[in-house]
Design a protein around this ligand. Structure first.
Ligand SMILES: Nc1nc2c(ncn2[C@@H]2O[C@H](COP(=O)(O)OP(=O)(O)OP(=O)(O)O)[C@@H](O)[C@H]2O)c(=O)[nH]1
Ligand SMILES: [Mg+2]
Length: 372
């Protein structure tokens, strides 16, 4: 979907306002369902937590998850299907519960030892779904540590494990060697790319919106999704008569701006709910707390009104034009559109900076590595 074109057509009256609303609600409502299968203790719950950057699924040394569980993180739904082939889940019964048509992607999680039951599960799944099954081999960090301990070269760890997996699951199937403790490293980012490769655009956007960004590239993609949303919200604000009057103390309905800013904060996992959970897990410095509180305020009506009042009187025609797509005639939508876009873009920039500063992007090393 060319969002720019859609908004331009709307502003020039070539398309109905409803189209923008439709596109936004489509993005809002779409669900992505990912099935995770594998024996107990292979790291399924940890993989989910690493993908979304928060602790949604309990993980542990003893068998933790005994029945299928769903985790819905802003529309990105993981279905954790534990223990195929164990006494809790005889094979047939297990696969019958996996209603294959309901999923957008399948992930088979394996760890150190590949058992016959893993191969059987893989073959059966492949046959039933006819889809690509992503094989994720977890705990690579431990293999590296073990190699160091045993005095063997950790450089050989990867090719050896890869070869072993490929010989068992077949060369054509991609196997991803990951550590759930370091989702910024090894094959983890490539696994995420491969996972969304076959999704349609809306589902891809949804995944990028809900997943944690660990690398500079992932952060860039988040920006892309966020910017498209800002553009749509700006169109929607304009059509809904958001039209602050320069110099006057009048502010029309700002509900759409509140919604937009809260969406952006959620996209960067800097919304109040998420930050409260994070704070319970790891304390932030007082400077970080100040930064987070400042950003959370962006999602409140009072704050937005105060910013608009200030900014509306400042924006010159030239500045307005900068934030409005080239539309020939800007119509009366000009200032409302420009202000929304300016505000959204500003918040996206700030969230990106904060993500780096808060080190949820584990990061600085990664960024440094990428630049090399
Ligand atoms: N070092 C390391 N530990 C991991 C990794 N993935 C998982 N673990 C640990 O392995 C243990 C089991 O992980 P879980 O995520 O609970 O495994 P599970 O597949 O969900 O297990 P069940 O819920 O019992 O089916 C936990 O103690 C995790 O912290 C990894 O990549 N590296
Ligand atoms: Mg589990």
């Amino acid at each position: 979907m060319d969002v720019f074109k859609l908004v331009r057509e709307f502003l020039t009256g070539e398309t109905a306002a409803g189209k923008i609303e439709e596109e936004l609600s489509h993005l809002d409502n779409v669900e992505v369902r990912i099935a995770l299968l594998g024996r107990s203790g292979t790291g399924k719950s940890s993989l989910i937590n690493a993908l979304v950057g928060e602790r949604v699924a309990a993980s542990g040394a003893v068998e933790t998850t005994l029945k299928a569980q769903e985790f819905n993180i802003n529309g990105l739904i993981f279905v954790d299907l534990p223990g195929g082939g164990t006494t809790h889940f005889p094979f047939d019964e297990y696969l019958d519960t996996v209603k294959v048509a309901r999923y957008d992607a399948f992930v088979l999680v394996v760890s150190k030892r590949i058992l016959e039951s893993d191969l059987e599960l893989f073959a059966e799944l492949k046959q039933r779904t006819g889809k690509k099954i992503h094989i994720v081999r977890t705990m690579i960090d431990q293999d590296i540590e073990n190699a160091n301990h045993d005095g063997t070269s950790s450089e050989l760890v990867f090719p050896k494990i890869r070869q072993d997996l490929e010989s068992k699951f077949g060369l054509a199937n991609h196997c991803w060697l990951v550590s759930n403790r370091h989702p910024e490293k090894h094959d983890f980012p490539a696994f995420c790319d491969s996972l969304i490769e076959d999704f349609d655009e809306t589902r891809r956007d949804k995944f990028i919106f809900a997943a944690q960004a660990y690398t500079a590239e992932q952060l860039n993609r988040k920006r892309g999704v966020a910017e498209r949303h800002v553009l749509l919200f700006s169109g929607l604000a304009a059509v809904n008569g958001f039209n602050p009057i320069p110099g006057a103390d009048v502010v029309t309905d700002v509900a759409i701006l509140v919604k937009m800013n809260q969406w952006i904060l959620r996209c960067y996992k800097l919304d109040e709910e998420h930050m409260k959970k994070q704070l319970k897990r790891a304390p932030l410095s007082s400077a970080q707390v100040t930064l987070v509180n400042r950003l959370i305020a962006y999602g409140t009506r009072e704050f937005i009104i105060s910013v608009i009042k200030r900014q509306a009187t400042r924006m010159t025609g030239k500045e307005i034009a900068k934030w409005v797509p080239v539309v020939g005639q800007m119509a009366s939508a000009g200032l409302g559109f420009a202000l929304t876009r300016w505000m959204g873009q500003d918040l996206v920039n700030q969230c990106e900076k904060a993500t780096r500063a808060l080190n949820t992007l584990p990061s600085n090393n990664i960024l440094a590595n990428l630049k090399k």
